[in-house]
Design a protein. Structure first.
Length: 352
């Protein structure tokens, strides 16, 4: 039994069952035993691979979309170029390379990263050097125009789960059964914040909320409303979360979410409707990642890069293009929501 499992069981013995959010928070970010705090989970040798690790094209096109939005809003200086949960720093590195030729962009950009993991902060420093500032949360971002990217960040934020009862809702909890972690249900209580889910659920259905995601979307939207800017929020999920989407990945395979806290990646589908509603600025339509990248010209970029490749490198480049865009790969599962000022236009790749 892992040390983190023992720690969680002791906590349940002392304080009673815990919410799914408390479990996720401990499993991912416990200061010494958490999944992200103790490792770099990305890539072939890790547990999962993300779009920027698949191809440089992903970050390049995002960089150009954000730079175009900055130009369209008057190229104000200085501005914040921010990333939430930057992993190895690959996406920001690709953004910076692609935007080098945009006049004034680099001179005006102040790069701010929100990252909780010391291990990944060290990786980000290896990739990006000392030109960046790290933050624990968005609270400390400067008050100036904000151009922000978050890829596979919101899916890592702790969710709460509620199962509909005959009158109210039971919160889904994590308890101890036969000496092991097990799901349980809390007492049936009214949940006013779930009233909007009465029309699309029936008894025993599970709905999820992510209070931290809504709070962060509010912070991003408030800065965009007050100082200008744009945000691209990219994740797997849909307009509205349906059912139990908590999942765990280890060695690129799904496992029981309670089996290996601290050594498996725990995520949940992102409820983009909740993000859009929490942000006090305009939002785009929810756009499939494949459509977004095609609109930004990924096919032309792929062909330009292919001209210098042959053999295995060419085959893997073609596979990467397909993996990012094809509806049966990441093209449809992953979605993009853009935030931008009321009365403005959405960043390139997104529409209203
Ligand atoms: N965006 C990167 C990495 C995705 S993995 C990519 O696409 O490759 C999730 C990232 O979010 C990691 O860097 C992780 O350490 C960070 N993270 C998770 N929860 C966080 C939190 N609550 N606050 C800040 N960073 C967090």
């Amino acid at each position: 039994m892992s040390t983190l499992t023992q720690h969680l069981l002791a906590r349940i013995e002392a304080h009673g069952p815990m919410t799914v959010a408390d479990y996720m928070g401990e499993a991912l970010l416990h200061p010494t035993l958490g999944y992200y705090t103790t490792r770099d989970p990305l890539g072939a040798a890790g547990d999962f691979t993300t779009a920027p690790e698949i191809s440089q094209m992903f970050g390049e096109l995002i960089g150009l979309s954000l730079a175009q939005a900055w130009l369209d809003q008057g190229a104000r200086a200085p501005f914040t170029l921010a990333e939430l949960g930057p992993g190895r720093g690959t996406l920001m590195d690709d953004i910076l390379r692609a935007t080098r030729a945009v006049p004034g962009f680099h001179a005006a950009a102040q790069i701010h990263l929100v990252e909780a993991s010391p291990t990944l902060r060290a990786k980000q420093r290896d990739t990006l050097g000392d030109q960046v500032t790290w933050h624990d949360s968005l609270d400390t971002l400067p008050d100036q125009p904000l151009y922000l990217i978050a890829n596979e960040f919101f899916d890592a934020l702790p969710i709460r789960q509620y199962q509909r009862g005959s009158e109210g809702w039971h919160e889904r909890l994590i308890a101890m059964r036969d000496g092991a972690l097990a799901f349980a249900l809390g007492p049936e209580l009214p949940q006013l914040h779930l009233t909007h889910r009465l029309a699309d659920t029936v008894q025993d259905n599970i709905v999820e909320t992510c209070p931290q995601a809504s709070a962060i979307a509010d912070q991003i939207g408030t800065r965009i409303r007050d100082a200008g800017g744009a945000a691209l929020l990219i994740d797997y999920g849909d307009w509205r979360a349906q059912g139990d989407t908590l999942q765990a990945l280890q060695d690129h395979a799904f496992i029981d979410p309670l089996a290996a806290p601290g050594s498996s990646d725990l995520t949940a589908h992102v409820d983009f409707e909740a993000l859009a509603q929490a942000a006090p600025c305009a939002h785009s339509r929810l756009t499939p990642q494949g459509v977004f990248l095609e609109r930004l010209g990924i096919t032309a970029r792929a062909q330009a890069l292919a001209a210098n490749l042959s053999g295995a490198a060419l085959a893997s480049h073609i596979a990467a293009h397909r993996r990012l865009t094809h509806p049966e790969e990441m093209g449809n599962l992953f979605k993009v929501l853009a935030l931008f000022p009321e009365g403005g236009t959405p960043p390139a790749g997104c529409t209203t």
